[in-house]
Design a protein. Structure first.
Length: 88
């Protein structure tokens, strides 16, 4: 059995990014998902991802060291930084 590939999602708490997170988790075979969030402890972020097997990591897409750290062990990345956030 192979280990699922991990995808980093930047902008995952927004409407478009969250749809990508859901699609990655429902893919066949599913991916593991890591979401970069400015504040992963925020109540709206916590409630958005409640019950989902998603790893939340703190950082901003403008903080290149945080992005580099979040990319560790990732197969790929989805980036959406220009959309209206309706979820968080």
């Amino acid at each position: 059995m192979t280990t699922p590939k991990r995808i980093l999602v930047i902008g995952g708490s927004g409407a478009q990014g969250f749809a990508v997170v859901q699609a990655l988790l429902q893919a066949s075979p599913p991916f593991t998902v890591r979401v970069l969030s400015r504040n992963p402890q925020a109540p709206n972020v916590q409630s958005t991802f409640e019950g989902l097997p998603v790893e939340l990591v703190q950082g901003s897409f403008m903080d290149f060291k945080a992005v580099e750290a979040a990319l560790q062990d990732c197969y790929g990345v989805y980036v959406n930084t220009d959309g209206k956030s309706t979820l968080a």
